[in-house]
Design a protein around this ligand. Sequence first.
Ligand SMILES: C[S@@+](CC[C@H](N)C(=O)[O-])C[C@H]1O[C@@H](n2cnc3c(N)ncnc32)[C@H](O)[C@@H]1O
Length: 273
Amino acid sequence: MASSSRPVQSVTNAELYNRWAKVYDTDGNILQSVDDLMLPALLDHVFALLPSDLPIRVIELGCGTGRNTAKLLSPKFSSPQISSIAALDLSPGMLTVAKERCENYLTANASGALLAPPVVEFYEFDALNQEPSPEIKALEGKADLVFSTLVLEHLPIDVFFRAITSFLKPTGGYVLLTNMHAEMGRISQAGFVDEVTGEKIRGHSYAHEISEVIEEGRKWGFEVVGEVGERGIQQADVGTVVGERGKKWIGVNVWYGFVMRFEEVRQSERAGQ
Ligand SMILES: C[S@@+](CC[C@H](N)C(=O)[O-])C[C@H]1O[C@@H](n2cnc3c(N)ncnc32)[C@H](O)[C@@H]1O
């Protein structure tokens, strides 16, 4: 892999994303492009599993700039299936962008196909904090679906499943997760180039193997439903799926994503262990 002589600054994840927020949607990050390509099939999959005749409550863990929150607002998913979306993130800077993006989307579509738009609310939330605020506590046990894209790499796997389990209805539900592939995570970490200082700004990331995520999920009562998707970068992707920055990743798996079902019975079994 090509190494860069650029100076690197390591910061907390909160600082990373507060600083990245301004350019997160425009700096040509290849993982977001691959996620954009792969996510629609996973969304179709999980919405086919969810009941079509009941209002669906979604909690998004790590919504970032609302890149994918806005996809949930498309009439295909939100009207009539989704009744509410609680979008949570560590970074106030990312949440500000997400809020504006979703408000703009809902305003632009106010008289269109979204006759009953979902209620969208934004909350600051740190999954590493074991004592959530009263606002976050009020969300516990309410979700039919937890949606989390490109966030797991920043958390120990058990912390990720603890948060998801706390948000899902105790009677069951689903998680749709996507993540940086461990093949990419072993070589690189989430970060961006600060155009003012020229530095590469990095936070803290883990390289989680798919097998480790599935295994930890089982302990919390989750089973994979459907395919586990993996995506690498191929020569033909450069200039189509990803920009020039994708060249150095040719031949490397960069993304995975899948849906897991949470079942009450499994949770009880776990509790009885
Ligand atoms: C790579 S971004 C992904 C954002 C968005 N889901 C997307 O797909 O574009 C990772 C997000 O996770 C959030 N995050 C990192 N650590 C977190 C934590 N401990 N608790 C909650 N959110 C966290 C970051 O603030 C950031 O917005």
